[in-house]
Design a protein around this ligand. Structure first.
Ligand code: SAH
Length: 442
């Protein structure tokens, strides 16, 4: 199908662009047991076999981490895997409307929380920079609303290749980028609309100022530990070298308990589960920051609310891929457990969701935005693209129900404060949070 391209800074208009295939990572499940026609010995496979031979079988989490983000050979580090020539497609790459509505969400939260004089927009795992580009275009369009606010952009990205793509998408060519590979801020520049922009490898290095955080299809790439219930208790799944077939990996069960078991709930009823400690660390950090300096975090991803079991899977060239075959050449992912994210935020900040992408975008006014773009466009092919993009994002059988939105907010945001006192009521009230309720400008 074909979709929309983002216009440059300026009008929020639709422009035709190349056809894209329609696979997205939330779509299917893989047991990792698909028959492998061939099993090329990739540099990553060689590295992992050497590691396993020297120190023994590795956890699924260690495998994911090495395969995806090893600084020398990791899947994410040296390639652009998004789009028709890559391995999968994401919502911001499908339609500009997605990023525009998220831009409106951040402005709406900024307004609801007292229109601070400055904020940082922080994105975790920004891919090609398309989403932040669409958000910044909305900020420019609503420049009169944001005119007294100092905005800066902070991108957390481990991929050298993608950070270059992001810089190309987002920055002003005439202002050279400052680079320092040794520094926690490895790149700095100025966006096309004149906003300072910074790159980091780790959220902990982003300054702790008042911030709005965004993570779209980021949590699903964080390493998961897999466990299986046995008569002896929980046992962790490890990856070992197959003794029967040369240069092949296989899953094995640990003979005794392993440390990541602490992440399993005492009353867990499933018999296979995946836990993601790194997601917990990031949610705790976001929660601490939001509790301290205000702001909000918006997380959008495919996932479940503590109900699914085996979701670890691979994608290569828009097809499912056996996770143990040719490591380093395919994306690895697992569904996000939103019930775990909620638990990790508890006590520090309030959380909302998960709610489906369909409901969130409906509440944000996707139908009105689609109509405006359809009315503006004269070309039938353009209208067709707009409608196809809308269908992909919203159709419950496509991305509409598999993808979810989840937010972290300061407790005061939902409880209301003195400055939000309703004159006719004795109790303070909080304004509804857009997306999780219908958008209403204050
Ligand atoms: N948000 C984008 C891209 C999703 S793909 C979109 O929706 O189109 C995942 C992104 O996270 C990529 O940019 C990848 O390089 C980045 N990434 C993966 N692991 C990471 C990590 N540990 N820290 C920071 N970024 C990471």
């Amino acid at each position: 199908m074909s979709v929309l391209v983002r216009s440059g800074v300026g009008q929020l208009c639709a422009v035709g662009r190349a056809a894209i295939p329609s696979i997205w990572r939330g779509k299917y499940f893989s047991s990792g047991n698909e028959p492998a026609e061939n099993n090329p010995v990739t540099p990553m496979l060689r590295h992992l076999m050497y590691k396993i031979k020297s120190t023994g079988p590795i956890t699924v989490a260690e495998y994911m981490k090495e395969v995806l983000t090893n600084p020398a050979k990791g899947y994410y580090v040296h390639r652009d895997m998004l789009g028709d020539k890559g391995d999968f497609i994401t919502s911001p790459e499908i339609s500009q409307i997605f990023g525009e509505l998220l831009g409106i969400w951040f402005i709406s939260e900024w307004m609801a929380t007292g229109k601070s004089t400055a904020f940082q927009l922080v994105e975790l795992g920004p891919g090609r920079g398309t989403l932040v580009g669409d958000i910044l275009r909305v900020f420019s369009q609503l420049g009169s609303v944001l005119k007294n606010c100092d905005i800066s952009v902070h991108l957390v990205e481990v991929s050298q290749k993608l950070s270059e793509v992001q810089a190309l998408t987002l920055t002003e060519e005439k202002v050279p980028l400052e680079r320092n590979a040794e520094s926690p801020v490895y790149m700095k520049g100025v966006t096309k609309s004149g906003i300072p922009i910074f790159w980091y490898r780790d959220l902990h290095d982003v300054p702790k100022g008042h911030s709005f955080y965004l993570a779209h299809e980021f949590f699903d790439v964080l390493p998961v530990h897999k466990f299986q219930k046995t008569p002896q208790g929980w046992r962790e799944v490890f990856i070992d070298i197959d003794p029967q077939v040369s240069d092949k990996l296989r899953f094995v069960l640990a003979p005794s308990a392993t440390p990541a078991e602490v992440f399993i709930q005492h009353d867990e009823t499933r018999d296979h589960i995946e836990v993601c400690p790194d997601a917990g660390v990031i949610i705790e950090e976001l929660s601490r920051r939001i509790a301290l300096t205000g702001g909000a975090a918006l997380v959008a991803d495919y996932g479940h609310d503590g109900t699914k079991t085996d979701t670890f899977r691979g994608f290569c060239g828009h097809k499912l891929h056996d996770v143990l075959i040719a490591p380093g050449t395919a994306d690895l992912t697992a569904d996000v457990d939103f019930s775990f994210l909620r638990r990790m935020a508890q006590g520090k900040v309030a959380s909302l969701g998960p709610i489906t992408q369909h409901t969130f975008l409906k509440n944000m006014g996707i139908d009105v935005r689609l109509k405006v773009l359809l009315d503006k466009s004269n070309e039938p092919s353009m209208k067709q693209q707009l409608l196809q993009g809308y269908d992909m994002l919203m159709n419950p059988k496509k991305m509409g129900e598999r993808f979810n939105f989840f937010a972290l907010l300061p407790h005061q945001r939902l409880q209301g404060g003195r400055d939000q006192m309703n004159a006719r009521q004795s109790k303070p009230f909080a304004s509804p949070v857009a997306g999780f309720s219908e958008l209403a400008w204050q």
